[in-house]
Ligand binder design. Structure first.
Ligand code: C5P
Length: 222
């Protein structure tokens, strides 16, 4: 397979990053989790008590922030100004505010610029909300991964259980739905399926089935 660019979008907890990681491994591609970039800025904003509603303050903060994604043994490692924050950015405090941080135009255009700088020569799987619509509008393969909110909440719940993290299924479901609502209704590049994206309803699919399906599609295009 040639070095194509795969854009993987979809709502929260649809299994995008788990699938993207495995697809990249299988194809020998680079994997970039763009949600981690928004989460990292959010973590810094929370720590410095910057209001997630204050676009100018967030933009200034971002301009003074170094976000790095580096391949690690167990997937991608995330660094905030040189400090590893891979786990911290998944915490509740960050998840709660990330969609508010990500809705601002100034924040998004800077993030999109940084993401486009990571593209280089293809051979990439990038996951997020606006990859097929804004970051790589001419991607060779665009996949929009969906699943019912019930199923996504159930998967997140199981993931938490296996990590020994206490959580409540109903609460997870409402958090997921709230994040989807903000992401899909924002003015700047809202979460939406690109016209030329292939929709994959993963509600009844295993991760391996998803990975196989996407690598098949990639092979058709590579
Ligand atoms: O993918 P993940 O769930 O970690 O993303 C966290 C949040 O970051 C999303 O809910 C969304 O608000 C924002 N995001 C975005 N555009 C992207 C990736 C993530 O707005 N490309």
């Amino acid at each position: 397979i040639n070095n194509i660019r795969i854009a993987l979008d979809g709502p929260a907890a649809a299994g995008k990053s788990t699938a993207a990681k495995k697809i990249a491994e299988k194809l020998g591609f680079i994997y970039i989790d763009t949600g981690a970039m928004y989460r990292t800025l959010t973590l810094k904003a929370v720590n410095q008590q910057v209001d997630p509603k204050n676009e100018q303050a967030l933009y200034n903060l971002l301009m003074n922030t170094v976000i790095e994604l580096k391949p690690g043994e167990d997937g991608q490692l995330v660094f905030l100004d040189g400090r590893e924050v891979t786990r911290e950015i998944r915490e509740q405090q960050v998840t709660k505010h990330v969609s508010d941080v990500a809705l601002h135009k100034a924040v998004r255009s800077e993030m999109v610029k940084r993401q486009q700088n990571l593209l280089k020569n293809g051979g990439i799987v990038m996951d997020g909300r606006d990859i097929g619509t804004a970051v790589i509008p001419d991607a060779e393969l665009k996949v929009f991964m969906s699943a019912t909110a019930e199923e996504r909440a159930r998967r997140r719940f199981e993931e938490h259980q296996s990590q020994g993290i206490q959580s409540d299924l109903q609460q997870l479901k409402s958090e997921i739905e709230e994040r989807d609502f903000i992401d899909s209704t924002r003015e700047v590049s809202p979460l939406t399926k690109a016209e030329d994206a292939i929709e994959l309803d993963t509600t009844h699919m295993t991760i391996d089935e998803v990975v196989n399906k996407v690598t098949e599609l990639a092979a058709e295009r590579g």
